[in-house]
Design a protein around this ligand. Sequence first.
Ligand SMILES: [Fe+2]
Length: 602
Amino acid sequence: MLRAMEALSSSFLATPLIMFPPRRSSLDYDVSSSFRFSAKSSHHHPNYFTPNSSNKLIIHTAQTLDQTLKNKPRPVGRKIKRKHSSSLAIIFKTLDDLICNFLDLPLRHSIDPKRVLSGTFAPVDELPPTPCEVVEGSLPSCLDGAYIRNGPNPHFIPRGPYHLLDGDGMLHMIRISRGEATFCSRYVQTHKYMIEQEIGYPIFPSVFSSFNGFGASIARSFLTLAKMLTGQFDPIRHGFGVANTSLALFAGHLFALCESDIPYAIKVTPDGDIVTIGRHDFQRSSSEWFFRMTAHPKIDRETGEAFAYRFHPLWPFLTFFRFDSEGKKHKDVPMYSADGPTLTHDFAVTKSYAIFPDVQIVMNLLWILRGRSPVGVDPCKVPRLGIIPRYAEDDSEMQWINAPGFNMLHCFSAWEEDGGDIIVIVASNAVKVEQVLERIELAQLTIEKLTINVKSKSLQRHPLCTRVLDFAVINPAYAARKTRYIYASIIESKSLVGVVKLDLSLTMVDGGDCTVASRFYEPGWCGGEPFFVAGDPNNPTAEEDDGYLLTYVHNENVGESKFLVMDAKSPKLDIVAVVKLPCWIPSGFHGIFLSESDLNKL
Ligand SMILES: [Fe+2]
């Protein structure tokens, strides 16, 4: 019973923190009020945009999408035995619809599917491996491999409130071999995805959108419990995550992750397709319930270890753990000194320490009784940074340092100086944290360099750029090492409009701008998080910025997407190759590049 309660509360803690509000465009679709409930229709699908043979976008209706889904190959993930009867499913669906129609409050901007799923985040259907044309320049040989990006793409349109972070994870992969490319898009076949595909409509609750008014909150809580108890879905055994946030390569596996579940193992096939292997529990101890971890684990390339954590609305609120190079999970290290439930989206790891931000985004399950999401902002809380040895067996050596005004969202680099007395962190900060969940474009994300003196427990903060920036990366070979260059996405008008290269050696005590190169995409085009790939990874004398930046860009007005390759060393981040993708793809979150040798090891 305890696990059932914990699973229910955990099911309210879905997915990643960051989002981009949508904007309307020529790709907007219309969701009329009749879309939300109709006695004549048992399925409610969005209009999905897919390419036809001439690379023109076509828009699915509910009927054509049904046909598309019937033609899909069966999921290859773990087979799930469900106990629910079809009549029970109909009853639950009817109750779901009644809540949507009679109990939900008017939908706010951030949970209105008409807004969230239009424009830059309009969902698309899957696409099998499809050849692409290199329309400009040529693909460098170091890019032989695959670039994969994760992001939310709901399988079914919700009948009621929907938050961007609720979307099913979809992977967009460009596979490159000897200068030629193929592209494919596949869902991560999560427990949620497979159950909902079988039932034909969305049934899982969401922490960010399900609790929309007192009546709707109470009703959905009981309905969720009823679905669990009758076996319609089983989050205790199979999880409830959407695997929509990021990708990571460690312990000999490629994983799709989100912070509401454990990772899903993914495999790239020789013909350039993606298949889901299933939830991966890392040879955990049989006495330990391993049910969730961060979407931003930190991997030590030298030792092969991976470090991770989970946050939780119930005590203990923060738990640290690691995996060895063989993929074995070590025992949990509960952080008893974490004095409240915090939504911790990312953290930092150096050679000796793990550093956890304790931000103003907090959780309180009692807020559900007030008809609101259990995730919110506590403006009175003073943000802190918690520092603990990364091989700690318990939290007795944990120390906390106040960091007023620092609500870390993503950490891009961290290392030690002066024999470990100094920790340096480069991270993004939500200056107006109260907007992160509702209107991210108003959150004013900046990138800062923090210098922590572990002995004196002092903290210095240095802004690196005056622009609004996030979704940044470094040369991955410099993880946990002193880093000079950061490549960050420029956020303007709710979109990622370009990339900026920051040189940390230019950091000044009183701030200033460390920009040394930048590129804005063409008007009408917006991009995603870049990824750095070394030009010659086997050259030990190569400079840190000898390499390329990869990203997808899209133009929703013309319904096209491209894959860009930029020269990271050039003063203007010159474009060295452009691949036209076979279809338009929406914005996403985090990605990864795997070399040919990485792929062969999977
Ligand atoms: Fe993230």
